[in-house]
Design a protein around this ligand. Structure first.
Ligand SMILES: [Zn+2]
Length: 619
């Protein structure tokens, strides 16, 4: 599925920062034009296989979660998609944005290109969008200028220590140039002086390249260089533009501070959204059909420069879902080479868990003598490293070994702990065959002879614990009618729509007990044209999608009228039930004043109910 998507990838430059920024989609005129001309069914069919499943619907396997039977629907008339499994839903731009992992403006451009609609030179829907685009482009310029300056400083006399450090780590000048490694000198203001003419103070502050101290009055003090006396490793986005830095200290002892510091989160950079070196590695990853995943940036650089180019790094953090989504566009096979220490092994186990759920195949390598990839490849050469990679273990072997390491010994208590460590991993695997294999390996290698424990393992293999439970349909017929009425966009149905909207706005309390109440209220207030755009809560959007995907034609006014009447009846009936309780309570207390008030209210409600029934008969 993803291979197909990648082949269809358009050969255009991603706009800068779009990987990271998901600005709120204020819909521009251009986007509106594109949306009107695009056919969501055709666009989505470019990525996944769809089958006609109703008068206006198509369905297929959801590209956003792992599934065996299709719960992903596309509404051809209303031009939205919805997945009943993972609740993903939206319009053509949201689909393309999600699957290509780009922001709204970029999704608009991609769809426009697929439809052959010429792109305007630059489109901004609001002054805010224009300002944020200007800021991003300024921040990219600042990072580029900073990168060039750090490179110059590395070559300058002051960079001698840094050069010595890098050459000690086996980095030759061409490698340094390739990765644009630089040096931030021991100064609080050198970079600031260099960049000051390029931007105002607020923009410089937003770049994350500077720090400042909070003053006594709560305001921020003057800027000073964040990175000092450090080797600078630039971090690029997928379009090869610098968006952040990792900085390694050259100090030792008390003054050193953290060994590595990173740029903070900025409008350009979000740590969990970037895979280090993906810009340089992606072509090789697609070609090799797998990615080599290492922990550190130095590991990554070192391995890459010795010719293994499909290598990326997590930058020392556990994998995030966004990183998984990015990677999924390029491959579904991972060879992970994490450090053999406990932190590395724990990171490996976490990474396995996340990647397994997303359907990745994972193999793992641990290098001999506790070496990290950088040292191993420098000391023993690339051939030895390749040979080590070929000894990669399957994830089940790795996890079983890890379980035995964590819970050594042959007591039944230790075996039970080891098994409990493995069970969630087994349940996560999408394929029954692999679960079976994993479970029987685990039983054998842990020496589990207890019939009870074996049965537990067998059960784990039998059924995958679905991370995402498809929610049961919770809509009643009344809710269906009202949702469909409120979603009417055809002027012919305006009367029915207005009828429903007015009833809800006048008596919101009647509708409160309904599951779809938030959706009903939001839709009744709807200004935007597209009803699916109005709802932000995925659960509520799911209810609307369910109602719309089942509809053949919008409801008539009379259907709406009788739905509203039923709601009113239910509301009165509920009030009467409450009143009866209050009356019984007042009788027990012999509170006659209260009883008189309550009885009056009950009579009024009884009358309202009778009138309602009479009205129903007239209709
Ligand atoms: Zn889904």
């Amino acid at each position: 599925m993803f291979a197909r998507a990648s082949q269809l990838h358009l050969p255009h430059e991603r706009t800068l920062g779009s990987l990271i920024l998901n600005t709120a989609p204020a819909v521009s005129d251009f986007a509106q034009t594109v949306k009107q001309q695009a056919d969501i069914v055709k666009i989505i069919e470019g990525y996944i296989r769809l089958r006609k499943s109703g008068a206006q619907n198509y369905s297929g396997l959801c590209p956003f979660h792992k599934e065996k039977s299709p719960s992903f629907s596309v509404h051809a008339v209303r031009q939205f998609y919805h997945c009943f499994g993972c609740q993903a839903s939206g319009d053509v731009f949201s689909f393309v944005g999600k699957i290509e992992n780009v922001g709204f403006p970029e999704a608009v451009r991609i769809v426009a290109q697929k439809c052959g609609i010429p792109l305007p030179k630059r489109e901004f829907s609001s002054p805010e969008e224009a300002a944020s685009s200007r800021l991003r482009s300024k921040l990219l310029d600042l990072h580029e200028a900073a990168c060039v300056w750090f490179e110059e400083q590395l070559a300058a006399p002051e960079g001698a220590t840094a050069r010595a450090y890098l050459s000690g780590r086996g980095l030759a000048p061409d490698g340094i140039k390739k990765f644009r490694i630089g040096y931030a000198p021991d100064s609080f203001h050198a970079l600031e002086e260099r960049l000051r003419s390029m931007a105002d103070t607020e923009t410089l502050r937003a770049s994350g390249l500077f720090s400042s101290k909070e003053q006594g009055d709560g305001s921020q003090g003057p800027l000073y260089d964040r990175f000092r006396k450090r080797v600078m490793f630039p971090i690029a986005n997928e379009s090869d533009r610098i968006i952040a830095f990792t900085a390694r200290t050259l100090e030792t002892g008390d003054k050193a501070g953290a060994k590595y510091i990173n740029s903070p989160e900025t409008p350009l950079y979000s740590k969990g959204h970037v895979l280090f070196n993906l810009d340089k590695a992606k072509a090789a990853i697609r070609q090799a059909e797998f990615a080599l995943l290492v922990e550190g940036q130095m590991d990554c650089i070192s391995v890459f420069l010795r010719g293994i180019q499909n290598v990326i790094a997590t930058s020392g953090t556990a994998f995030t879902e966004q990183q998984v989504a990015i990677l999924k566009r390029h491959t579904s096979q991972i060879l992970a080479n994490f450090d053999p220490d406990d932190a590395g092994q724990n990171a490996a186990a976490k990474t396995i868990a996340l990647l397994t759920e997303e359907g990745f195949t994972i193999k793992l390598v641990s290098l001999e003598d506790g070496l990290d990839p950088d040292r191993f490849i420098r000391e023993r050469g690339v051939d030895a490293y390749m040979a080590a990679l070929r000894t990669a273990r399957s994830q089940s072997d790795f996890l079983i070994a890890r379980a035995r390491q964590l819970f050594p010994g042959a007591t039944s208590e230790q075996k039970l702990k080891a098994m409990n460590y493995l069970l969630p991993h087994i349940r996560r695997m999408p394929e029954k065959l692999s679960r079976d294999q994993f479970a029987s390996d685990a039983a054998q290698k842990l020496g589990i002879d207890s019939a009870v424990l074996r049965e537990e393992l067998r059960q784990a293999a039998l059924k995958r614990r679905d991370r995402i439970e498809p929610r049961a349909a919770t809509l009643t017929e009344v809710e269906r009618v009202l949702l469909r009425a409120l979603a009417i966009t055809d002027p012919d149905g305006e009367q029915a729509r207005r009828h429903a909207a007015q009833a809800i706005l006048q008596q919101p309390a009647w509708f409160e007990p309904l599951h779809a109440a938030p959706a009903l209220l939001a839709l009744a207030n709807r200004q935007a044209n597209d009803p699916m755009d109005v709802l932000e809560d995925p659960a509520q959007r799911a209810l609307l999608a369910e109602a719309l995907l089942a509809e053949t034609k919008p409801p008539e006014s009379v259907e709406v009228q009788s739905a509203i009447q039923e709601i009113e009846e239910r509301s009165i009936a509920a009030q009467l039930r409450d009143l009866r309780d209050l009356i019984a309570e007042a009788e027990r207390r012999a509170d006659h004043a209260e009883l008189a008030v309550l009885t009056q209210r009950k009579l009024a409600l009884d009358r309202a109910l009778r009138e309602l029934h009479a009205r129903g008969i007239e209709d």
